[in-house]
Ligand binder design. Structure first.
Ligand SMILES: NC(=O)c1ccc[n+]([C@@H]2O[C@H](COP(=O)([O-])OP(=O)(O)OC[C@H]3O[C@@H](n4cnc5c(N)ncnc54)[C@H](OP(=O)(O)O)[C@@H]3O)[C@@H](O)[C@H]2O)c1
Length: 306
Protein backbone atom coordinates (compact mmCIF):
# COMPACT_ATOMS: atom_id res chain seq x y z
CA UNK A 1 0.00 0.00 0.00
CA UNK A 2 1.39 3.43 -0.96
CA UNK A 3 1.92 5.83 1.92
CA UNK A 4 1.37 9.59 2.22
CA UNK A 5 2.56 11.46 5.31
CA UNK A 6 0.79 14.72 6.22
CA UNK A 7 2.44 16.89 8.87
CA UNK A 8 -0.18 19.20 10.43
CA UNK A 9 -2.79 16.98 8.80
CA UNK A 10 -5.49 17.41 11.47
CA UNK A 11 -6.56 20.85 10.17
CA UNK A 12 -8.84 22.05 7.39
CA UNK A 13 -6.63 21.25 4.39
CA UNK A 14 -5.12 18.13 5.95
CA UNK A 15 -8.54 16.59 6.49
CA UNK A 16 -9.54 17.30 2.87
CA UNK A 17 -6.36 15.53 1.73
CA UNK A 18 -6.85 12.68 4.19
CA UNK A 19 -10.34 11.94 2.83
CA UNK A 20 -9.14 12.14 -0.79
CA UNK A 21 -6.07 9.91 -0.41
CA UNK A 22 -7.82 7.44 1.88
CA UNK A 23 -10.47 7.01 -0.82
CA UNK A 24 -7.72 6.57 -3.42
CA UNK A 25 -6.43 3.57 -1.44
CA UNK A 26 -3.35 5.14 0.16
CA UNK A 27 -2.27 4.64 3.72
CA UNK A 28 -2.33 8.12 5.29
CA UNK A 29 -0.02 8.94 8.18
CA UNK A 30 -0.71 12.16 10.08
CA UNK A 31 1.83 13.90 12.31
CA UNK A 32 0.03 15.78 15.09
CA UNK A 33 0.89 17.32 18.47
CA UNK A 34 -2.13 15.51 19.91
CA UNK A 35 -2.11 11.73 20.42
CA UNK A 36 -5.02 10.39 18.34
CA UNK A 37 -6.37 6.89 17.71
CA UNK A 38 -5.65 5.21 14.39
CA UNK A 39 -8.49 4.48 11.97
CA UNK A 40 -8.65 1.90 9.16
CA UNK A 41 -6.13 3.39 6.74
CA UNK A 42 -5.16 6.45 8.77
CA UNK A 43 -2.37 6.32 11.32
CA UNK A 44 -1.49 9.12 13.72
CA UNK A 45 1.99 9.79 15.06
CA UNK A 46 2.74 12.26 17.79
CA UNK A 47 5.38 14.93 17.17
CA UNK A 48 5.98 18.48 18.38
CA UNK A 49 6.90 20.01 15.05
CA UNK A 50 10.38 20.80 16.41
CA UNK A 51 12.34 17.78 17.56
CA UNK A 52 13.38 14.46 16.06
CA UNK A 53 12.27 11.24 17.75
CA UNK A 54 10.74 7.98 16.57
CA UNK A 55 8.12 9.68 14.33
CA UNK A 56 10.92 10.11 11.77
CA UNK A 57 10.60 6.43 10.78
CA UNK A 58 7.14 7.18 9.36
CA UNK A 59 8.74 9.06 6.45
CA UNK A 60 10.57 5.93 5.30
CA UNK A 61 9.55 4.92 1.76
CA UNK A 62 6.64 7.42 1.58
CA UNK A 63 5.22 8.37 -1.81
CA UNK A 64 4.92 11.92 -0.52
CA UNK A 65 5.40 14.12 2.52
CA UNK A 66 2.99 17.05 2.68
CA UNK A 67 3.72 19.70 5.30
CA UNK A 68 0.76 21.87 6.33
CA UNK A 69 1.97 22.74 9.81
CA UNK A 70 1.43 26.26 11.07
CA UNK A 71 -0.36 28.25 13.75
CA UNK A 72 -3.47 29.81 12.23
CA UNK A 73 -2.94 33.40 11.01
CA UNK A 74 -6.52 34.19 12.04
CA UNK A 75 -5.47 35.93 15.28
CA UNK A 76 -4.16 39.29 16.53
CA UNK A 77 -0.60 39.93 15.37
CA UNK A 78 0.84 40.61 18.83
CA UNK A 79 4.43 39.63 19.69
CA UNK A 80 3.50 36.22 21.15
CA UNK A 81 1.30 35.22 18.20
CA UNK A 82 3.83 36.49 15.66
CA UNK A 83 6.51 34.29 17.24
CA UNK A 84 4.21 31.26 17.14
CA UNK A 85 3.29 31.95 13.51
CA UNK A 86 6.98 32.05 12.52
CA UNK A 87 8.24 29.26 14.78
CA UNK A 88 5.53 26.73 13.96
CA UNK A 89 6.26 27.04 10.22
CA UNK A 90 10.05 27.35 10.28
CA UNK A 91 10.71 24.74 13.00
CA UNK A 92 8.47 22.14 11.35
CA UNK A 93 10.10 22.71 7.95
CA UNK A 94 13.61 22.38 9.44
CA UNK A 95 12.88 19.24 11.44
CA UNK A 96 11.20 17.55 8.45
CA UNK A 97 14.33 18.30 6.40
CA UNK A 98 16.47 16.68 9.11
CA UNK A 99 14.13 13.68 9.29
CA UNK A 100 14.27 13.12 5.52
CA UNK A 101 18.08 13.19 5.81
CA UNK A 102 17.87 10.21 8.19
CA UNK A 103 15.75 8.05 5.85
CA UNK A 104 17.20 5.03 4.08
CA UNK A 105 14.42 5.40 1.48
CA UNK A 106 13.38 9.06 1.63
CA UNK A 107 9.96 10.29 0.44
CA UNK A 108 9.76 10.69 -3.35
CA UNK A 109 8.36 14.20 -3.10
CA UNK A 110 8.11 16.83 -0.32
CA UNK A 111 5.31 19.34 -0.75
CA UNK A 112 5.51 22.31 1.62
CA UNK A 113 2.59 24.67 2.14
CA UNK A 114 3.25 28.36 1.54
CA UNK A 115 0.94 31.27 0.87
CA UNK A 116 -0.16 33.43 -2.04
CA UNK A 117 0.05 36.32 0.39
CA UNK A 118 3.79 36.43 -0.39
CA UNK A 119 2.96 38.76 -3.31
CA UNK A 120 2.40 42.48 -2.83
CA UNK A 121 -0.99 44.17 -2.42
CA UNK A 122 -1.95 44.38 -6.09
CA UNK A 123 -4.96 45.96 -7.77
CA UNK A 124 -3.03 47.05 -10.86
CA UNK A 125 -1.75 43.71 -12.15
CA UNK A 126 -1.98 39.96 -11.68
CA UNK A 127 0.83 38.14 -9.91
CA UNK A 128 2.19 34.96 -11.50
CA UNK A 129 5.19 32.91 -10.43
CA UNK A 130 7.55 34.52 -12.96
CA UNK A 131 6.71 38.22 -13.00
CA UNK A 132 4.86 38.53 -9.67
CA UNK A 133 6.36 41.02 -7.20
CA UNK A 134 6.86 40.02 -3.59
CA UNK A 135 5.47 42.35 -0.91
CA UNK A 136 6.67 43.67 2.44
CA UNK A 137 5.44 43.55 6.04
CA UNK A 138 4.89 40.84 8.64
CA UNK A 139 2.83 38.29 6.66
CA UNK A 140 5.05 38.54 3.60
CA UNK A 141 8.14 38.14 5.79
CA UNK A 142 6.66 34.96 7.28
CA UNK A 143 6.07 33.62 3.76
CA UNK A 144 9.56 34.54 2.58
CA UNK A 145 11.30 32.93 5.57
CA UNK A 146 9.04 29.86 5.31
CA UNK A 147 10.06 29.36 1.66
CA UNK A 148 13.74 30.18 2.35
CA UNK A 149 13.82 27.60 5.17
CA UNK A 150 12.34 25.01 2.79
CA UNK A 151 14.92 25.85 0.10
CA UNK A 152 17.73 25.45 2.65
CA UNK A 153 16.83 21.80 3.35
CA UNK A 154 19.20 19.58 1.37
CA UNK A 155 17.35 16.40 0.41
CA UNK A 156 18.91 15.38 -2.91
CA UNK A 157 16.81 12.25 -3.41
CA UNK A 158 13.47 14.01 -2.77
CA UNK A 159 11.69 16.29 -5.26
CA UNK A 160 10.66 19.55 -3.58
CA UNK A 161 7.54 21.57 -4.39
CA UNK A 162 6.23 24.76 -2.73
CA UNK A 163 2.52 25.53 -3.00
CA UNK A 164 1.66 29.24 -2.67
CA UNK A 165 -1.93 28.61 -1.66
CA UNK A 166 -4.69 31.18 -2.13
CA UNK A 167 -7.72 31.25 0.20
CA UNK A 168 -9.22 27.77 0.07
CA UNK A 169 -13.02 27.60 -0.07
CA UNK A 170 -14.38 24.41 1.45
CA UNK A 171 -17.35 22.90 3.23
CA UNK A 172 -15.73 22.09 6.56
CA UNK A 173 -13.46 24.97 7.47
CA UNK A 174 -11.49 27.93 6.24
CA UNK A 175 -12.78 31.38 5.26
CA UNK A 176 -16.09 30.44 3.63
CA UNK A 177 -18.17 29.63 6.72
CA UNK A 178 -17.58 33.00 8.51
CA UNK A 179 -18.30 34.83 5.22
CA UNK A 180 -21.51 32.86 4.80
CA UNK A 181 -22.66 33.81 8.33
CA UNK A 182 -21.89 37.49 7.70
CA UNK A 183 -23.98 37.47 4.52
CA UNK A 184 -26.84 35.64 6.26
CA UNK A 185 -26.85 38.36 8.97
CA UNK A 186 -27.33 40.99 6.24
CA UNK A 187 -23.75 42.28 6.61
CA UNK A 188 -22.58 40.99 3.22
CA UNK A 189 -21.85 44.28 1.45
CA UNK A 190 -18.41 45.21 0.16
CA UNK A 191 -15.68 45.24 2.79
CA UNK A 192 -13.52 48.34 2.91
CA UNK A 193 -13.06 49.78 -0.61
CA UNK A 194 -14.30 46.55 -2.24
CA UNK A 195 -11.77 47.02 -5.05
CA UNK A 196 -9.19 44.72 -3.40
CA UNK A 197 -8.82 41.35 -5.12
CA UNK A 198 -9.66 37.99 -3.60
CA UNK A 199 -7.69 34.99 -4.88
CA UNK A 200 -9.40 31.76 -4.02
CA UNK A 201 -9.45 28.04 -4.85
CA UNK A 202 -12.08 25.34 -4.34
CA UNK A 203 -10.89 22.59 -1.98
CA UNK A 204 -11.58 19.97 -4.69
CA UNK A 205 -9.04 21.68 -6.96
CA UNK A 206 -6.59 22.01 -4.07
CA UNK A 207 -6.58 18.23 -3.50
CA UNK A 208 -6.45 17.48 -7.25
CA UNK A 209 -3.43 19.77 -7.60
CA UNK A 210 -1.64 18.07 -4.70
CA UNK A 211 -2.39 14.72 -6.35
CA UNK A 212 -1.10 15.98 -9.72
CA UNK A 213 2.12 17.23 -8.07
CA UNK A 214 2.64 13.80 -6.50
CA UNK A 215 2.00 11.93 -9.76
CA UNK A 216 3.95 14.20 -12.12
CA UNK A 217 7.73 14.10 -11.53
CA UNK A 218 8.23 16.99 -13.98
CA UNK A 219 6.65 19.43 -11.48
CA UNK A 220 9.10 21.09 -9.10
CA UNK A 221 9.75 24.51 -7.58
CA UNK A 222 6.96 26.89 -6.58
CA UNK A 223 3.37 27.00 -7.85
CA UNK A 224 0.54 29.45 -7.28
CA UNK A 225 -2.42 27.38 -6.14
CA UNK A 226 -5.25 29.76 -7.03
CA UNK A 227 -8.19 29.62 -9.44
CA UNK A 228 -7.48 31.44 -12.71
CA UNK A 229 -10.00 34.25 -12.10
CA UNK A 230 -9.46 36.31 -8.94
CA UNK A 231 -12.44 38.60 -8.18
CA UNK A 232 -12.77 41.92 -6.38
CA UNK A 233 -14.10 41.89 -2.83
CA UNK A 234 -17.26 43.67 -4.06
CA UNK A 235 -17.82 40.87 -6.60
CA UNK A 236 -17.09 38.20 -3.99
CA UNK A 237 -19.71 39.63 -1.62
CA UNK A 238 -22.23 40.04 -4.46
CA UNK A 239 -21.71 36.42 -5.57
CA UNK A 240 -22.20 35.24 -1.98
CA UNK A 241 -25.42 37.26 -1.64
CA UNK A 242 -26.71 35.93 -4.98
CA UNK A 243 -25.83 32.32 -4.17
CA UNK A 244 -27.46 32.54 -0.73
CA UNK A 245 -30.44 34.56 -2.06
CA UNK A 246 -29.88 37.40 0.41
CA UNK A 247 -31.01 40.64 -1.29
CA UNK A 248 -29.42 43.09 1.17
CA UNK A 249 -25.79 43.43 2.19
CA UNK A 250 -24.73 46.33 4.38
CA UNK A 251 -21.24 47.51 3.38
CA UNK A 252 -18.52 47.46 6.03
CA UNK A 253 -16.25 50.51 5.95
CA UNK A 254 -12.60 50.11 6.96
CA UNK A 255 -13.07 51.66 10.45
CA UNK A 256 -15.89 49.23 11.27
CA UNK A 257 -13.84 46.26 10.04
CA UNK A 258 -10.99 47.36 12.34
CA UNK A 259 -13.34 47.50 15.32
CA UNK A 260 -14.87 44.13 14.39
CA UNK A 261 -11.42 42.54 13.95
CA UNK A 262 -10.39 43.76 17.40
CA UNK A 263 -13.55 42.28 18.93
CA UNK A 264 -13.15 38.87 17.32
CA UNK A 265 -9.36 38.73 17.77
CA UNK A 266 -8.29 38.86 14.17
CA UNK A 267 -6.67 41.28 11.69
CA UNK A 268 -8.22 43.31 8.86
CA UNK A 269 -5.28 42.40 6.59
CA UNK A 270 -6.98 39.06 5.95
CA UNK A 271 -9.85 40.97 4.27
CA UNK A 272 -8.26 44.18 3.00
CA UNK A 273 -5.07 42.94 1.36
CA UNK A 274 -5.47 42.74 -2.41
CA UNK A 275 -4.45 39.22 -3.40
CA UNK A 276 -4.39 39.17 -7.18
CA UNK A 277 -2.70 35.88 -7.94
CA UNK A 278 -2.95 33.61 -10.98
CA UNK A 279 -1.77 30.01 -11.54
CA UNK A 280 0.49 30.51 -14.57
CA UNK A 281 2.69 27.45 -13.99
CA UNK A 282 -0.24 25.10 -13.33
CA UNK A 283 -1.99 26.36 -16.47
CA UNK A 284 1.24 25.85 -18.43
CA UNK A 285 1.41 22.30 -17.05
CA UNK A 286 -2.07 21.72 -18.48
CA UNK A 287 -3.98 21.58 -15.19
CA UNK A 288 -7.72 21.97 -15.86
CA UNK A 289 -9.61 23.53 -12.96
CA UNK A 290 -12.79 21.75 -11.90
CA UNK A 291 -14.05 25.07 -10.49
CA UNK A 292 -12.60 27.91 -12.56
CA UNK A 293 -15.26 30.51 -11.69
CA UNK A 294 -16.33 31.68 -8.26
CA UNK A 295 -20.00 31.30 -9.19
CA UNK A 296 -19.54 27.56 -9.87
CA UNK A 297 -17.46 27.08 -6.72
CA UNK A 298 -20.02 28.82 -4.48
CA UNK A 299 -22.92 26.96 -6.07
CA UNK A 300 -21.17 23.69 -5.34
CA UNK A 301 -20.14 24.57 -1.79
CA UNK A 302 -23.25 26.41 -0.63
CA UNK A 303 -26.12 24.94 -2.68
CA UNK A 304 -25.29 21.37 -3.70
CA UNK A 305 -26.80 18.61 -1.53
CA UNK A 306 -24.23 17.27 1.01
N1 LIG B 1 -6.63 27.33 4.51
C1 LIG B 1 -6.20 28.24 3.65
O1 LIG B 1 -7.02 28.92 2.97
C2 LIG B 1 -4.71 28.45 3.47
C3 LIG B 1 -4.28 29.38 2.51
C4 LIG B 1 -2.92 29.59 2.35
C5 LIG B 1 -2.00 28.89 3.12
N2 LIG B 1 -2.45 28.01 4.05
C6 LIG B 1 -1.45 27.30 4.88
O2 LIG B 1 -1.65 25.91 4.75
C7 LIG B 1 -1.41 25.25 5.99
C8 LIG B 1 -2.63 24.42 6.38
O3 LIG B 1 -3.78 25.26 6.40
P1 LIG B 1 -5.09 24.83 7.22
O4 LIG B 1 -6.15 25.78 6.81
O5 LIG B 1 -5.31 23.36 7.09
O6 LIG B 1 -4.61 25.18 8.70
P2 LIG B 1 -5.17 24.60 10.09
O7 LIG B 1 -6.55 24.08 9.93
O8 LIG B 1 -4.96 25.68 11.10
O9 LIG B 1 -4.20 23.36 10.38
C9 LIG B 1 -2.83 23.55 10.62
C10 LIG B 1 -2.29 22.43 11.48
O10 LIG B 1 -1.00 22.84 12.00
C11 LIG B 1 -0.83 22.33 13.31
N3 LIG B 1 -0.41 23.45 14.20
C12 LIG B 1 -1.15 24.53 14.56
N4 LIG B 1 -0.44 25.32 15.38
C13 LIG B 1 0.76 24.72 15.56
C14 LIG B 1 1.92 25.02 16.32
N5 LIG B 1 1.99 26.12 17.08
N6 LIG B 1 2.98 24.18 16.24
C15 LIG B 1 2.92 23.06 15.48
N7 LIG B 1 1.83 22.71 14.75
C16 LIG B 1 0.79 23.53 14.80
C17 LIG B 1 -2.14 21.76 13.81
O11 LIG B 1 -2.02 20.36 13.94
P3 LIG B 1 -1.99 19.62 15.38
O12 LIG B 1 -2.76 20.48 16.34
O13 LIG B 1 -2.66 18.31 15.12
O14 LIG B 1 -0.55 19.47 15.74
C18 LIG B 1 -3.14 22.12 12.70
O15 LIG B 1 -4.05 21.09 12.44
C19 LIG B 1 -1.10 26.35 7.02
O16 LIG B 1 0.30 26.42 7.20
C20 LIG B 1 -1.64 27.62 6.37
O17 LIG B 1 -0.92 28.79 6.73
C21 LIG B 1 -3.78 27.77 4.25
Amino acid sequence: MKKIVIAGGTGFLGQSLRAFFEQKGYQVVILSRTPLSDQANVKYHEWDGKHLWNWTGTLEDAEALINLTGKSVDCRYNAANKKLIYDSRLDATKVLGLAIGKCVKPPKVWINAASATIYRHAVDKQMDEITGELGTGFSVDVCRKWEETFQEQLVPETRKVVLRIAIVLGKNGGALQPLKKLVQFGLGGKQGPGTQFFSWIHEADFVQIVDRVIQDPSLCGHYNVAAPQPVTNADLMKSLRNTLHIPIGIPMPGWLLKLGALMINTETELILKSRNVIPAKLSEAGYKFKFATLKDALNDLLCAKQ
